[in-house]
Design a protein around this ligand. Structure first.
Ligand SMILES: [Fe+2]
Ligand SMILES: [Fe+2]
Length: 395
């Protein structure tokens, strides 16, 4: 069996941004290893963080959901006291005794490597992959330091990449001035916004509990999707004169029951007389929306009927649905993390002009796909399509 090869990308990730993801994916593409552990630090030795460790962790998990080769790792966050690379590497060697380790650093970090805690012992523990980050770094000084480290037993490889020019400091400065930078992955943009991190205003009521519950209840990809739907729904709402706050709330909660077992969903449906439609009671894809509205009420304390309606109809739509519900249903199908489907670009372009037309096209595409696969298309979706057609034809 070939030796397991593991990459390590450490940092405060305060917050994780597209520059980190670009480095992570570039080193993965370099072929030195097959998976990359992403390790946010708990309390770093020399600086304080803008966001609590658990928030930085959840943002890293959401951001890493975009590529299965990125593996968030709690090793440094869970360690108490001061945290050093030496401790991290020795612990990883204990956990993966057969693995070859590759530690990802920037060229600027290489210049400080000799001052690291137990540097001479750190050097032989791994191969360092050095990313170009040479602002103000003199090539001859870099080359001389590299020679010195190699003579001490260090192994180094440089990785070619076009790094995304973004720094956490610049991101935090933008957030503190109320701007949400595009340099943040979409779920991280929404995470910072709904929690009011880094000085952003607009923090949602009760959001800490919501985020903790959603994070526990959803798989990472679904957690990221929910944040992305919230941001997209709120933007659609702002464009179309709907309440963005309600759209954001409904977006966050819309899939809260997605991973409930069928047994549990049927129990909740029966207890609250949500439906007696056999098609709903046989399909998690259908039932999670009705149950989700109930769970949002019971477990998340959401009592706004408009928000609950948007959750209830987010998958099938409903003839006569509100424009708020349209924003959420449409956001679910066009949020930026959505895997591409025919006409997605067209639906996205339409969504800025007409909620009704964009939702109609999105549902028509879904209906065609479902029918072409010989699957069952629920009459509620057919009714929504008919209703939207009548609306758009009469305009
Ligand atoms: Fe859903
Ligand atoms: Fe969804």
């Amino acid at each position: 069996m070939s030796k397991q090869r593991i990459g390590i990308l450490g940092g405060t990730f305060d917050p994780v941004h597209n520059g980190h993801l670009c480095i992570g994916l570039s080193v993965l593409d370099s072929g030195y290893f097959d998976r990359l552990l992403v390790l946010p630090s708990g309390q770093p030795p020399h600086k304080s963080c803008g966001a609590p460790a658990e928030d930085r962790w959840k943002m890293v998990v959401a951001a890493c959901a975009s590529d299965e080769r990125l593996t968030p790792c709690r090793l440094e966050i869970d360690r108490s006291g001061r945290i050093y690379t030496y401790d991290t590497l020795t612990e990883l060697i204990r956990q993966f005794p057969e693995a070859e380790l590759f530690y990802v650093i920037g060229a600027d970090t290489l210049m400080q490597l000799r001052s690291w805690y137990r540097a001479e012992e750190v050097l032989p523990l791994c191969t360092f992959l050095v990313c170009p980050r040479q602002d103000g770094l003199k090539p001859e000084e870099y080359a001389s330091e590299l020679r010195r480290l190699v003579s001490m037993g260090g192994r180094f490889r440089s990785v070619a990449m076009n790094p995304v020019p973004v720094s956490s400091t610049a991101v935090r400065t933008a957030l503190a001035s109320g701007k949400i930078p595009e340099d943040l992955p979409v779920p991280v943009q929404e995470y910072c916004r709904c929690k009011g991190l880094y000085g952003l205003s607009g923090r949602l009521d009760g959001i800490d509990t919501w985020i903790d519950q959603l994070f526990a209840a959803l798989k990472p990809g679904r957690f990221a999707h929910s944040l992305s739907v919230a941001l997209t729904a709120s933007k659609l709402a702002a464009i179309h004169g709907v309440d963005p706050l309600r759209a954001e709330q409904a977006g966050l909660l819309h899939d809260c029951a997605k991973y409930y077992s069928m047994k549990e969903m049927r129990r909740i449906a029966a207890e609250h007389a949500l439906t007696d439609d056999p098609a709903f009671l046989e399909s998690g894809a259908l039932l999670h929306s009705l149950v989700g509205a109930q769970v949002a009420q019971d477990k998340y304390g959401m009592n706004d009927p408009a928000v609950l309606e948007a959750i209830r109809y987010h998958n099938t739509g409903c003839a006569g649905m509100s424009r708020l519900a349209m924003c959420v249903c449409l956001a679910d199908s066009i949020e930026p993390l959505r895997r591409s489907y025919p006409s997605l670009d067209k639906v996205r372009a339409l969504s800025e002009k007409s909620l009704e037309r964009a939702l109609l096209l999105s549902l028509e595409v879904t209906a065609r796909y479902v029918v072409s696969r010989g699957k069952y298309l629920h009459p509620r979706t057919k009714n929504t399509i008919r209703w939207l057609r009548s609306l758009t034809e009469s305009k």
